[in-house]
Design a protein around this ligand. Structure first.
Ligand code: PPE
Length: 318
């Protein structure tokens, strides 16, 4: 997807022009994939733009960095404020935010000692991840021929750049074969997740999603959907899912900051349920969008106002 560029990117504490936000080709991250990142959204609400689950995304960024022994030279509150500042300086309302922490330019060789830990934050408009129709119509997916990272290889709980080489194999294969997305199995052959989404299925009124140990990223949208399901009184089971459960499920859907809550209409060309968005997916989607767009009270305290107390008018419609 083309990037809808904006004015400024936050880099190591300074706001630099979008076109000048560059790194050296000898930076460690370019050669060895040594970066961790976040992806989150802000939404336009009747009370102004609000960042969705900002503290949780910042916490996961620090957790990812900790797993890779990267010391972020800022505190979590400083990163949170930098995220809000990046949205504000670009006068954005509804947008996607991409904070990245990476090993920069300083030395060569696998050992990263001698390379700085650099931090950058970009905020920009990003529409519907799997296409404009996806949220209502659902998307066709395949089970990937590629397996998700095995335990104790690449840590799945870290949102690291390197993990997305695996995601790219899954995604490119799916697109090449005419699907919107691929669902990867874990090293044991159990359902794991999409290239950039967590996976849920519904059968007999019960929601199922793979647990933490099945090579998934602990998605923040995933946790939001689990909370909303509890609010709605829909039973949820976090348990391992065999591949064939996908085909006989009443409903399957995916979640992610970019993908939001996206129904799946077919898996390997086998229609799921009626081959369209199911009622449970629809209820969860409605609950999700009602909260993030400020139509129902933010009982979980998921929204952080972006412009509160700041005398800058947001750019309309973005
Ligand atoms: N699993 C993977 C592998 C993943 O990349 C994401 C997010 C999720 C689950 C869902 O996590 P969360 O966003 O916290 O609900 N994928 C991000 C990047 C997508 C991209 O193409 O880039 C995202 O949705 O921002």
């Amino acid at each position: 997807m083309a990037i809808d560029k904006v004015d400024h990117i936050w880099m190591n504490g300074k706001l630099v022009r979008w076109d000048d936000a560059k790194i050296h080709v000898m930076s460690h991250v370019v050669h060895y994939g040594s970066g961790v990142f976040e992806g989150m959204r802000a939404y336009e609400t009747p009370k102004g733009a609000a960042a969705f689950r900002l503290p949780e995304h910042v916490t996961r960024l620090f957790d990812s960095a900790k797993i890779y022994r990267m010391e972020i030279p800022y505190t979590p509150p400083q990163i949170s404020e930098a995220i809000l500042e990046t949205i504000r300086v670009n006068k954005l309302q509804s947008c996607y935010v991409r904070p990245v922490v990476y090993r920069g330019y300083g030395s060569i060789g696998v050992n990263p000692a001698g390379c700085p830990i650099d931090v950058a934050i970009a905020a920009f408009p990003w529409g519907k991840y799997l296409g404009p129709e996806a949220l209502e119509q659902g998307v066709a997916v395949r089970v990937a021929s590629w397996t998700r990272m095995a335990p104790n290889t690449f840590p799945a709980l870290a949102k690291s750049a390197a993990n997305y080489m695996n995601s790219q194999l899954i995604k490119m294969e799916a697109i090449a074969d005419g699907y919107a997305e691929g669902i990867a199995l874990d090293a044991r052959g159990l359902v794991s997740e999409g290239s950039g989404e967590n996976l849920f299925l519904v059968r007999g009124g019960v929601i199922y999603t793979p647990p933490m140990a099945d090579s998934v990223l602990l998605g923040i949208t995933r946790s939001s959907v689990l909370a909303l399901a509890a609010d709605l009184g829909i039973p949820v089971r976090e348990e391992s899912i065999p591949r064939e459960m996908l085909y006989i499920a009443d409903e399957v859907f995916m979640t992610g900051s970019a993908a939001e809550v996206t129904p799946i209409s077919s898996v390997d060309r086998i229609p799921i349920g009626k081959g369209a968005r199911g009622p449970v997916t629809r209820r969860l989607q409605e609950a999700f969008f009602d909260v993030i767009e400020g139509r129902r009270p933010d009982t979980h305290k998921w929204l952080t106002p972006v412009y509160e107390g700041v005398a800058v008018a947001g750019r309309a419609g973005k």
